[in-house]
Design a protein around this ligand. Structure first.
Ligand code: HEM
Length: 403
């Protein structure tokens, strides 16, 4: 296999906002991986980062306590000089940004609540939400499936998990959308207002659950040992870890199926979902880690204090683990020797919502193709815009013709 030359190893800065890179970063990751499973790269913002691209090495980083999840103080964060930014800083103190022993305590409280049985009990509600969204999609029309389906469904499902009253879900959806958008695309002040609104909303949600708990998962957490600040950050993490990732999984699966129509003949949905997670990893990179001491990774020395990104999307296309890694082949999951993709991470921070995300996709995808058997892409797939950045990956819009 020939791999294109990678400009980023030749000293040029990697600009994650570059549209060509966002559209297809895989040739670059392949070139980095060919060179070494961990490579130091200069980013366009002037900082240095180590990108880890080999399957075994990414797995190793995610399970190794020498790579810390605690962000360096103040790094990459705007100064909390407005109520909106103060709310943002408070909501960021969640367990994905902690190491043991704090992390073990926080995570145990969540996994105690997020049992497989309770997650599976959401099944009938997910069917109802999917059916309602599909009814609202017009027939014989051009529709953006991200806007009409892939975005609202995960937000509505997290609304169920958090026990958000149905009347509040539109507001939650709107604030979620705004805090996930670059400030310059919103009216002045809107971003700060959205952060403050989310903060206020979660605060009153916690008060309500304390007074009258429901049978939702979040009510059980509120009854547990977490204090109010920890509950606020937890509500925020569940919302944010769960919505854009699942949105990307749904949108990428639809895109892959529409561009590989032979896979729609007799789809095995769990295999379609696994292969989408591998081929189009919804999180491109894990969250940033920082080395607490010098670490040697397959012959490469990473100094103490380095920023390290385990590139999940690259690991899940490592040819040492997956034959023909760039091909979309759901059947590969029929072979039980296929190693699990790293789409949900690995080790102590392994995704708490993996079961829920799989369940959601396995309900939503067949229902969509049953409702619209003649679904077609309305644009050239090569022209679809992708969200810039190294952390999440998926088409920003997905225009289709419904039939
Ligand atoms: C396709 C959908 C999803 C993908 C691809 C995904 C992926 C991931 C990954 C890779 C991590 C680990 C990140 C790291 O180690 O830096 C993670 C953590 C996490 N995810 Fe998910 N996730 C998805 C959906 C969800 C959902 C639906 C929820 C909640 C209901 C959720 C909740 C969490 C939480 C709470 C963590 C932090 C766990 C910890 O720090 O111990 N995720 N997710």
């Amino acid at each position: 296999m020939t791999t294109p030359t990678c400009p980023y190893t030749a000293g040029a800065a990697l600009d994650p906002a570059d549209a060509a890179f966002a559209a297809d970063p895989h040739p670059f990751y392949a070139a980095l991986r060919d060179r070494a499973p961990a490579t130091r790269v200069r980013l366009a913002n002037g900082s240095d980062a180590w990108l880890v691209t080999g399957y075994d090495q990414v797995r190793g980083v995610l399970a190794d306590a020498r790579f810390s999840n605690v962000p360096p103080r103040g790094a990459g964060r705007p100064k909390p000089d407005s109520p909106g930014q103060q709310a943002r800083a408070l909501l960021a103190r969640h367990m994905l940004n902690t190491d043991a022993p704090d992390h073990v305590r926080l995570r145990h409280l969540v996994t105690k609540t997020f049992t497989p049985r309770r997650v599976d009990a959401l099944q009938p509600r997910i069917h109802e939400l999917v059916a309602r969204l599909l009814q609202e999609i017009p027939r014989d029309a051009e529709v953006d499936l991200v806007d009409a389906f892939a975005f609202p469904l995960p937000v509505l499902v997290i609304g169920e998990v958090l026990g958000v009253p149905p009347a509040d879900r539109d507001a939650l959806r709107e604030w979620t959308y705004q805090v996930g958008s670059p400030a310059h695309t919103l009216p002045p002040g809107a971003l700060d207002d959205a952060w403050s609104s989310l903060h206020e909303y979660f605060k009153s949600l916690i008060d309500n659950k304390r007074r009258s708990p429901g049978d939702d998962l979040f009510s059980s957490l509120v009854q547990g040992e977490l204090d109010t600040d920890e509950l606020l950050a937890m509500a925020f993490l569940l919302l944010f870890a769960g919505y854009e990732t699942t949105m990307n999984l749904l949108a990428s699966a639809v895109l892959l199926l529409l561009t590989h129509p032979e896979e729609l003949a007799e789809p095995h949905w769990p295999h379609v979902v696994e292969e989408t997670l591998r081929h189009a990893s919804p999180l491109e990179g894990a969250t940033w880690r920082r080395t607490v001491e010098e670490v040697e990774l397959t012959g490469t020395r990473i100094p103490a204090g380095a920023s390290v990104l385990g590139v999940l999307a690259a690991a899940s296309r490592d040819p040492l683990r997956y034959p023909e890694p760039n091909a979309f082949r759901p059947q590969r999951w029929a072979d039980e020797r296929t190693p699990p993709s790293l789409a949900f991470g690995h080790g102590p921070h392994y995704c708490v919502g993996a079961r829920l995300a799989r369940l959601e996709a396995q309900i939503a995808l067949p229902a969509l193709f049953e409702a619209f058997p003649g679904l077609q892409l309305a644009v050239d797939p090569g022209q679809l815009p992708y969200r810039p950045g190294l952390l999440v990956r998926g088409p920003r819009v997905l225009p289709v013709r419904t039939r």
